[in-house]
Design a protein around this ligand. Structure first.
Ligand code: URA
Length: 209
């Protein structure tokens, strides 16, 4: 699918299966989400530009690769995005973090925005937006609108599961933003849940159901 990368690494797929299983406990779900997000982060940052820095090893001087440009921004769509954030920060501890509060009205399935906090200079940074579930796409689209309004122009979206309906809506609204996901599932049900999915990611992560 154009603009969508499915991260099919065997470890990602294995962990995802355990997360989907309804018998998996809250503690295991949370630990797996942290582990899987590290692997997803590895893939979503695969194409970052490098420059070199002059260093001295104990033996010789050399020009050695380091990341080019300003620190990355990881933007978490609250609340479930925070589950992906932790593993990503394990891998890129110097990243800046943005929080975007958007919840889904269970009746209308439309996004309601209640919070936005991000570093000021978004224009000069790669922003990787994280939310485990791309379902209707409404929350993700609203989050991207907010980020672009504040100057972000280099954005990637990372999720665990995506519904074809969500991908289509998201790509129509933001064709410039590539999507990275561990799986494209079958469809959305009438309540807006991804099928087969894993249920409500926030509830499973925090044990709120
Ligand atoms: N949000 C979730 O947490 N799960 C879904 O299946 C859809 C949206």
């Amino acid at each position: 699918m154009d603009g969508v990368t499915v991260i099919d690494h065997p470890l990602v797929q294995h962990k995802l299966t355990i997360m989907r299983n309804k018998e998996t406990s809250t503690a295991s779900f949370r630990r797996l989400l942290r582990e899987i997000s590290t692997l997803l982060c590895y893939e979503v940052t695969r194409h970052l530009d490098l420059t070199t820095m002059r260093i001295e090893t104990p033996l010789v001087e050399m020009d050695s690769p380091i990341l080019e440009g300003k620190k990355l921004v990881f933007a978490s769509i609250l609340r479930a995005g925070n589950g992906l954030l932790e593993g990503m920060l394990d891998l890129v501890p110097a990243a800046r973090v943005a929080h975007i509060g958007v919840y889904r009205d269970h009746e209308t399935l439309m996004p309601v925005e209640y919070y936005f906090k991000a570093p000021e200079d978004l224009a000069n940074r790669l922003v990787i937006v994280v939310d485990p579930m791309l379902a209707t796409g409404n929350s993700a689209i609203a989050a991207m609108d907010q980020l672009k309004k504040r100057g972000a122009s280099n954005i990637r979206f990372l999720c665990l599961l995506a519904a074809p309906e969500g991908i289509e809506r998201f790509r129509a609204a933001h064709p410039d933003i590539p999507i990275f996901t561990a799986s494209i599932d079958s469809h959305l049900n009438e309540q807006g849940y991804i099928v087969p999915g894993l249920g409500d990611a926030g509830d499973r992560m925090y044990g709120t159901k």
